[in-house]
Design a binder for this molecule. Structure first.
Ligand code: NAD
Ligand code: WQD
Length: 337
């Protein structure tokens, strides 16, 4: 089928495009390139041997979206487009709500106008706020601690209301845990602009010598080694989860919120050790104070994804680190942004 990927040239969108093209779907990438590069379109084609259509545009341009949905005879949408830096969302809340919430409303209006009613949305484990119990299942209460997280919660609420309003809609909110890793080719991956906010790209830049050392935020959490624990999931496993969700929606109208995680947590020190092994490089680090807003531990109960979608993550931590390292080396040598 023909599938529109908003934010399709971004980190998770590009890997999902590869999985979908390789499963026989036709992908249309729609992106304003605010956090990605046009060269990703070629890179996807080099991996798949097929050229996905690309439209440069903003999801708040409803006319362009509507025309795209019609012109490409779109059957379903996967909505990745949005801003995702937690700290930036605190200093630029209006920009975050405009991009994420207003952008989603624009997309939904375009879909309504053209009769496209199947949607997979990029949500986040951040909607669980401070964990009240672990592992986190989909019934865990939701809350937000920053505008980014609140934008995801608002959107999930809007999507639930939409499904309640009409039985035509088929919507899955996929709550990602911590996506890391890259395609095995080393052609696509996460290439953040400026200083990385997230652990894995920061470690990769330390390993490549771009940065001197990693600051480990907190050594006094009530965890085995005192550092924070997260559920890191390989981006290719995550991408396959989107294909499984689309397939599920074909036969199941309604609304579902589904965790995409592995169910296993690793500490910051375990991540450093694993990356040192994968890259054969030392990762110098120092302990600093806790980062404001961080939780000690966060990992998924992934059972619902397996029960509903028949999907579970199978790639290892070593796969995550070695693919990140392969991509990082390619970036250091050749990548144009
Ligand atoms: P990304 O920044 O690499 O990709 C998002 C893409 O959306 C970028 O290519 C950007 O240019 C595009 N975009 C942003 N605003 C747009 C707009 N108004 N119109 C058109 N395009 C626009 O991020 P990602 O890591 O691939 O994340 C994809 C989605 O998954 C986001 O919605 C993010 O909030 C969500 N998510 C990401 C993570 C993570 O850790 N990476 C975790 C949970 C949820
Ligand atoms: C992981 C661990 C840090 C950087 C964020 C967003 C969340 C979601 C995923 C989108 C933590 C520690 C990190 C560093 C460190 N994104 N760390 N030094 O915080 O779980 O989640 O990304 O939805 O909304 O909040 O991921 O990669 O930033 O941190 O010690 O330089 O690494 O304290 O324990 P996080 P992260």
């Amino acid at each position: 089928m023909n599938i529109l990927l908003t934010g399709g040239t971004g980190y998770i969108g590009s890997h999902t495009a590869v999985v979908l093209e390789q499963s026989g779907h036709q992908v249309v990438l729609f992106d304003n390139l605010s956090n990605s590069s046009r060269s990703v379109v070629n890179r996807i084609a080099r991996i798949t041997g097929k050229r996905s259509a690309f439209i440069q545009g903003d999801i708040r341009d409803q006319d362009l979206l509507r025309n795209t949905l019609i012109k490409h005879d779109i059957h379903a949408v996967i909505h990745f487009a949005g801003l995702k830096a937690v700290g930036e969302s605190v200093t630029q809340p209006v920009n975050y709500y405009a991009n994420n919430v207003q952008g989603t409303i624009s997309l939904l209006q375009a879909m309504q106008a053209t009769g496209v009613t199947t949607l997979v949305f990029s949500s986040s484990a951040t909607v669980y706020g401070q964990p009240q119990y672990l592992p986190l299942d989909e019934d865990h209460p939701t809350s937000a601690t920053n505008p980014y997280g609140r934008s995801k919660l608002y959107i999930e609420g809007i999507l639930q209301d939409l499904v309640d309003s009409s039985s035509d809609w088929r919507i899955a909110c996929l709550r990602y845990f911590n996506p890391v890793g890259a395609h095995e080719s080393g052609l696509i991956g996460e290439n953040p602009q400026g200083t990385p906010n997230n652990l894995m790209p920061f470690i990769a830049q330390v390993a490549s010598g771009q940065r001197n050392e990693l600051s480990v935020f907190g050594s006094d959490y009530l965890t085995a080694d005192g550092t924070g624990i997260r559920d890191y999931i390989h981006v290719m496993d995550l991408a396959e989860g989107h294909a499984a969700a689309l397939q599920y929606l074909e036969t199941h109208p309604g609304f579902q919120a589904i965790n995409l995680g592995t169910g296993v947590g690793y500490s910051v020190l375990e991540m450093i050790k694993s990356f040192e092994h994968a890259s054969s490089r030392p990762i110098p680090y120092k302990f600093t104070v806790r980062r404001q807003g961080d939780v000690a531990e966060c990992y998924a109960n992934p059972n619902k994804a397996f029960q509903l979608l028949g999907w579970k993550a199978h790639r290892t931590l070593d796969d995550m680190c070695s693919s990140t390292w392969k991509f990082q080396q390619a970036v250091s040598e050749t990548y144009e942004i």
